[in-house]
Ligand binder design. Structure first.
Ligand SMILES: Nc1ncnc2c1ncn2[C@@H]1O[C@H](COP(=O)(O)OP(=O)(O)OP(=O)(O)O)[C@@H](O)[C@H]1O
Ligand SMILES: [Mn+2]
Length: 426
């Protein structure tokens, strides 16, 4: 009997244990599954997702860079049906110096860099030393000489130093990449002063030639051309510089005072530097309240901010109509300090808080390092490359981000205000 009871108790305990195991089993399993899914799924899924999207983003950027590099690639051998000078002349319209798709540019740049120099004279416009050349076929070009090494940095004021000839070349290509197309064609060239200039130079220019050691030099005729101490020298006979294509006579340039000009006097502020509502005063003038001028000016401010040009005290339009385009000429005071972003150049943008939608979109396209990658590749092709010291490339990318942030601040600042202006409004 006692044995029988023992068996019953044992069986009951086993039964209870079995039942409670069965009741609890799914929970335990679920818990194990859940723990498993937390350990395995979550991190794996997260890792995969982020990796995937980063990879995707990287390939997107790479694809975009490749596309843009292809678009702005210079074909120096593109066949022309007419003289390069006539082709260049025909490209110019009221609103742009060349069209969006103009593979002919390559052959024009080549002609500028290689055609025989027929005559050379002092530059007759502007304050800085330059030459006016006539190239074979009768084309007028300006030649801005090299003053500095590419690595030179200017820290004194945002407009200090003489012209940077290489800056003119980088500015021309950046202008294309920004889709402004408002800068005359520019290309590097090394000229032999002895064989290419002296035999073809005007008397006025030749009077200013001198020798410094084994180098041939000249000081030309201009506001800052004061004598030998202000002269420029070649390395022996060879002087590097930038050739800039002269715009056709059909579009006489009109000069205007830039409303956001600096005073160039230390300690003396211009009105725009004191008055945050300065734009309203500018817009009181009909040239800036109607038509494309103010938006052109703001495009130029963004462009100048990217290249670090704080010297646009006056500007020229291509013709004298309300709609005549604001040219982005004279970009020599650029790429002076890659470690400084001169925010005040953007004053027209952040004081007026309007910008072309197209320009904003362009900046978005060129962010994340796209600009530097595309520009670097294009500049490699120039005959006097490298055009920019390496530090200028991250500076350009940084400035794209800053310009975008300034636009975003405008958008956030006044809800309902139209910051981005479409084609109809321009
Ligand atoms: N490519 C061009 N085609 C036609 N005219 C031009 C061209 N480049 C310059 N000019 C004219 O020559 C003027 C002087 O040129 P630029 O501004 O490059 O010289 P600069 O000596 O740097 O002048 P500044 O010292 O006043 O800044 C311009 O204001 C413009 O009127
Ligand atoms: Mn200048």
């Amino acid at each position: 009997m006692r044995r029988k009871w023992r068996v019953v108790v044992c069986l009951t305990v086993i039964f209870i244990l079995y039942v409670s195991y069965k009741i609890l089993e799914p929970d335990i399993k679920r818990e194990i599954i859940q723990a498993d899914s937390i350990i395995k799924e979550v991190p794996v899924v997260m890792e995969d997702n982020s990796r995937l999207s980063e990879e995707e983003a990287d390939t997107d950027v790479e694809k975009l860079v490749k596309e843009l590099q292809k678009k702005y690639w210079i074909n120096f051998h593109y066949p022309l049906k007419d003289s390069p000078w006539r082709v260049a002349e025909k490209m110019v319209t009221e609103r742009e110096v060349h069209p969006e798709y103009a593979p002919e540019i390559g052959s024009i740049l080549k002609a500028m860099a290689t055609r025989k120099i027929l005559s050379a004279d002092t530059g007759y416009k502007g304050t800085q030393l330059k030459l006016t050349l006539i190239l074979e076929g009768g084309q007028i070009v300006a030649f801005k000489p090299r003053w500095y090494r590419r690595e030179e940095i200017f820290t004194e004021t945002p407009y200090s130093g003489a012209d940077r000839h290489n800056g003119e070349i980088a500015a021309f290509h950046l202008n294309r990449i920004m889709e402004f197309r408002r800068t005359p064609l520019a290309v590097g060239r090394k000229i032999n002063l002895n064989t290419e200039i002296i035999p073809n130079g005007s008397e006025q220019l030749l009077k200013t030639f001198f020798v410094n050691g084994s180098n041939t030099c000249f000081y030309g005729k201009c506001y800052y051309c004061k004598g030998e101490e202000t002269g420029v020298c070649g390395e022996e006979d060879i002087l590097e510089g930038t050739v800039i294509l002269w715009l056709p006579r059909a579009y006489p340039l009109k000069t205007h005072r830039h409303p956001w000009a600096r005073t160039y006097v230390t300690g003396k502020l211009a009105q725009w530097e004191k008055d945050p509502n300065y734009c309203t005063a500018v817009q009181a003038s009909h040239i800036y309240s109607q038509g494309p001028r103010l938006l052109d000016l703001i495009d130029t401010a963004i462009f100048d901010f990217l290249i670090g040009n704080a010297d646009r005290h006056r500007y020229e339009t291509l013709g004298n109509q309300m709609e005549s385009v604001f040219l982005m000429l004279d970009n020599g005071k650029s790429f002076g300090n890659p470690f400084h972003d001169e925010i005040s150049i953007l004053a027209p943008l952040y004081q007026c808080c309007i910008v072309r939608d197209e320009t904003y979109k362009r900046l978005l396209t060129l962010k994340k390092g796209v600009l530097s990658k595309v520009l670097r590749q294009v500049l490699k092709q120039d005959p006097i490359s490298p055009i920019l010291a390496e530090q200028h490339y991250p500076a350009l990318d940084r400035r794209v981000t800053i310009a975008l942030e300034k636009i975003q601040t405008c958008i956030d600042k006044v809800p309902g205000k139209t910051v981005l202006v479409g084609k109809k409004g321009s």
